[in-house]
Write a protein that binds this ligand. Structure first.
Ligand code: FES
Length: 115
């Protein structure tokens, strides 16, 4: 299980939900199931409208992750990721702070999601 806390000026207060790690749900799917108003359009990693900032909580080392080419391109076009952050992700598995909610798969780690 993972605690996912959503925080946004679009909500009256922060909301924490439980997500089952490993069921391959995207962060956007978790948000939709819990009526969290993350903006989205394509749901396919192409438009960049679902960009969110993700922080791993409780001093955990962020789990390694894979950025798809689509996610890299959309985040780059949205100005949310630098070339250095892409290199860090590819070479050292260091996740960048901004992710696409429709591409981010919830894992077994507690996260804060800002949008
Ligand atoms: S909804 Fe378009 S990139 Fe996520």
């Amino acid at each position: 299980m993972a605690n996912v806390t959503f925080s946004s000026p679009a909500m009256k207060r922060d909301v924490t939900v439980y997500a089952t790690a490993g069921d391959c749900s995207s962060l956007l799917t978790v948000a939709q199931k819990n009526k969290i108003p993350i903006h989205f359009e394509c749901e396919n990693g192409e438009c960049g409208s679902c960009a969110v900032e993700v922080d791993v909580l409780a001093n955990q080392q962020p789990l390694g992750m894979h950025l798809t080419e689509k996610e890299k391109t959309a985040l780059k076009l949205a100005g949310k990721i630098s070339r250095e952050q892409i290199e860090q992700a590819e070479l050292n598995d260091v996740p960048p702070p901004w992710r696409l909610a429709c591409q981010y798969i919830v894992r077994d780690e507690d996260i804060l999601v800002r949008f």
